[in-house]
Design a protein around this ligand. Structure first.
Ligand code: ATP
Ligand code: MG
Length: 393
């Protein structure tokens, strides 16, 4: 058997599930299979709470690790070698494994960490570590043991009749497998925040669909393309995504002509929420998701959020609500959306931006302003005008 053709995948929170654990594990296996489907010669199986990925030997480890570690629900992944659970065989495999580490990484010190999941195995973990350590010392003359700060930790994991040997655990994102927590409609702008919000909800198992508003011809087709490119980055984690694209300009014009200037932003936001709710209902989404963050801008003060929420009945998830902007930016960098988000294209919110937006709107006043508009007709017309774009993963 080739040495690099098996990967141990550990589940995160999925392992804590009680009765539903098999369902979560099965969903996770399906997700991993999907993420590997474009790579021929891979198989995914489940055994004793672990997931194993086996691949043809010519497939680079980096490719497998990248595709698997981005699946939500994966806690960590280890490229490994396997052998029979027999101390001589484990010793030989460990020596071969370490010779390769010496050649590739120039390691000089090591420590064996043994684990015996199979408690019927007659030798206890500390003794396994000692015996295998001694065999490695004999087989790899350049190596010394360092129990405090070794260059390489050699993990020996005994399970039933098979033993797995590896030296690294590459972290995944954790979370729960996609599809285990309903479907949400994300209000997706071209900014930094909303792609992160979408990613965070998807990480908890939620399938994501998106609605994007533009103000063409005030906003350019290039701005819309940027949103599609952002969605494609998010889709790398969430799978294919449908975006509902809606021109908000007719509504913005009505607001500007009929309502007080300082209320423009909050009024526009309420229309966005109403339209998003309608689109969400039509597409069987259970929640709205936004990238709002308490106090970040005028429309995200506590008062503004209360007034925004009051026009919809569907729950509105705001996963970034209590985060600092710098931390949101760090997350955007980590998931790979940041560079795209900061490309300078106008957003529909910046069209007709009031000079002094109200930061403490009162619901009665806002409702008075809206009474001058035919809200239902405007919302219906906007929903009817939607264009749908499908983003591949
Ligand atoms: P972001 O970085 O996500 O654009 P922001 O700090 O610019 O956020 P706002 O422009 O006030 O904040 O928008 C708040 C939220 O409203 C966004 O996170 C997003 O969920 C939604 N939103 C804003 N503009 C749009 C848009 N053009 N289309 C769809 N949703 C939008
Ligand atoms: Mg924005």
């Amino acid at each position: 058997m080739n040495e690099q053709n098996i990967y141990i995948v550990r589940v995160g929170e999925v392992a804590l599930k009680g009765m539903n654990k098999p369902y979560f594990e099965k969903t996770l296996v399906t997700r991993i299979r999907k993420n590997l489907s474009s790579i021929e010669g891979t198989t995914v199986s489940r055994h004793e709470g672990l997931i194993f990925v086996r691949t043809d030997k010519n497939i680079p480890a980096d490719t497998i690790i990248r595709q698997v570690s981005r699946v939500f629900g994966v806690a960590s992944i280890s490229p490994a070698v396997e052998c029979e659970s027999d101390l001589d065989k484990i010793g030989e495999t460990a020596v071969a494994f370490m010779l390769k580490q010496i050649e590739e990484r120039g390691i000089k010190t090591f420590k064996v960490e043994a684990k015996r999941a199979d408690k019927n195995f007659p030798v206890k973990s500390p003794d396994i570590a000692r015996i295998i350590g001694a065999k490695v010392l004999i087989g790899c003359k350049v190596l010394k043991v360092d129990v405090h700060d070794p260059n390489c930790r050699l993990y020996v994991d005994l399970r039933d009749d098979r033993t797995y040997i590896f030296d690294e655990k590459i972290q995944g994102f954790g979370g729960l497998p996609l599809g285990t927590n309903g479907k949400g409609m994300v209000l997706l702008s071209g900014g930094i925040d909303s792609p992160v919000a979408a990613w965070m909800m998807a990480k908890r198992g939620m399938i994501i669909e998106a609605v994007h508003f533009h103000s063409y011809p005030y906003t350019s087709p290039r701005a819309q393309q940027k949103v599609e490119e952002l969605a494609a980055i998010v889709a790398g984690y969430t799978g294919p995504m449908k975006i509902h694209i809606i021109n908000l300009l007719p509504i913005q014009e009505q607001i500007v002509q009929n309502c007080p200037e300082e209320e423009t932003t909050i009024l526009v936001r309420r229309f966005m929420m109403r339209i998003a709710e309608k689109v969400a209902e039509k597409n069987r989404c259970m929640m709205l998701v936004t990238g709002e963050d308490l106090g970040q801008v005028a429309s995200q003060t506590a008062e503004a959020l209360v007034v925004t929420d009051a026009c919809v009945t569907m729950p509105v998830m705001r996963p970034l609500i209590a985060m600092d902007k710098v931390d949101i930016m760090d997350m955007a960098k980590e998931i790979g959306t940041y560079d795209k988000s900061i490309e300078p294209y106008e957003d529909c919110c910046t069209v007709f931006l009031p000079k002094h937006p109200t930061t403490k709107p009162r619901l009665e006043r806002i409702e008075e302003s809206e009474a001058k508009l035919d809200v239902d007709a405007l919302v219906d017309a906007a929903v009817r005008s939607e264009e749908i774009v499908r983003i591949d993963a």
